[in-house]
Design a protein around this ligand. Structure first.
Ligand SMILES: Nc1ncnc2c1ncn2[C@@H]1O[C@H](COP(=O)(O)OP(=O)(O)O)[C@@H](O)[C@H]1O
Ligand SMILES: [Mg+2]
Length: 301
């Protein structure tokens, strides 16, 4: 079984500045760093490093070679990625001398999905049991979910960033919800701050009884429900250096475990360990560990 990942890919352009630019002002940056990012890219890389067969689907612009090169090096099948006119998805990030940031994200070619392209990838690449993964940084998500389900493929949805309206999303067709606490509460329709997350899990599983719910809670670990069974897993304590991509690492590792036929406790263990390692290192995609590193990490615990 493999993962077909309909996912965003971003070039993060990080500018070091003394102070954020003000209206009408022009400033010189002290430095620039280009990083690969995007939830789709991070999740595909995590699943591939976990050993899964991952076909990434999406588009980059003519500036996108650094994105596809990075994914290829990570072992992701990039044969379906299109190069389209225009700019790749990117983020302009100012980091000031106090370490704060402000960010502009431009969706670029991440927003150029068409129904024809989605159909082509699903019918040419999809095989029974395959998992089709998507987040909400790309367009045409309702169609992706519906078509993957119609074709008998498994749908994994990470609703990030949180959709403004759930109305046109066929969430009944989702087989795996991978949500953090904020996304989980939003899908459950809970408005209160700091709700009881066991209750959020119950509400989600009552709403979507056929789905597996994975509710990650940051440094409070993870809750999971499949049918009547509830599972939990604590975090592995590490010195947190950079929590970017923790959730994406978890998502990729969890789904890779499922595709390899592992049971839920094993998937939660591997995903928790992999994301703890990612948290202990700087950066997003580059911080995602290889399968063997996760195995070694667990041996030492
Ligand atoms: N400080 C941390 N130390 C160790 N593991 C962590 C830490 N923060 C997150 N994790 C792991 O990463 C998973 C996903 O993190 P979470 O913050 O819930 O996702 P997201 O990045 O989507 O907000 C958690 O369930 C946990 O296993
Ligand atoms: Mg979080």
């Amino acid at each position: 079984m493999k993962i077909i990942s309909f996912g965003s890919m971003n070039i993060d352009k990080v500018y070091q500045v003394e102070n954020f630019v003000l209206p009408g002002e022009t400033i010189l940056a002290d430095g620039i760093q280009l990083n690969v990012g995007g939830k789709g890219l991070n999740q595909s890389v995590a699943a591939a490093r976990a050993g899964a067969c991952v076909v990434h689907a999406g588009a980059v612009g003519e500036d996108g070679a650094m994105l596809t090169d990075f994914m290829k090096d990570a072992g992701v099948d990039i044969s379906q990625i299109q190069v389209l006119p225009g700019q790749s998805g990117h983020a302009i990030i100012q980091v000031d001398s106090t370490g704060h940031n402000c960010i502009i994200v431009y969706g670029g070619t991440n927003r150029d999905f068409t129904k024809e392209y989605i159909d082509k990838v699903l019918t040419e690449k999809g095989e029974p049991g395959d998992v089709v993964l998507m987040q909400y940084e790309v367009n045409e998500v309702p169609y992706m979910i519906r078509r993957a389900h119609e074709l008998g493929l498994k749908v994994a949805f990470n609703p990030s960033p949180i959709p403004k309206s759930m109305e046109d999303l066929p969430l009944d067709c989702v087989d795996y919800f991978i949500v953090n606490e904020v996304e989980g509460a939003a899908i459950a329709g809970i408005q209160e701050a700091n709700p009881d997350y066991k209750k959020v899990l119950e509400i989600l599983s009552e709403k979507y009884p056929a789905a597996v719910i994975v509710l990650t809670l940051g440094d409070a670990g993870v809750l999971c429900k499949k049918g009547e069974e509830t599972y939990t897993h604590d975090i592995y304590r590490v010195k947190a250096v950079d929590t970017t991509a923790a959730g994406d690492t978890f998502c990729g590792y969890f789904l890779a475990g499922l595709c390899a036929g592992e049971d839920i406790p094993k998937c939660l263990e591997m995903a928790s360990a992999a994301s703890a390692i990612a948290v202990s290192r700087p950066g997003a995609a580059p911080s995602i560990p290889l399968y063997q590193e996760v195995v070694e990490f667990l041996k030492e615990r």
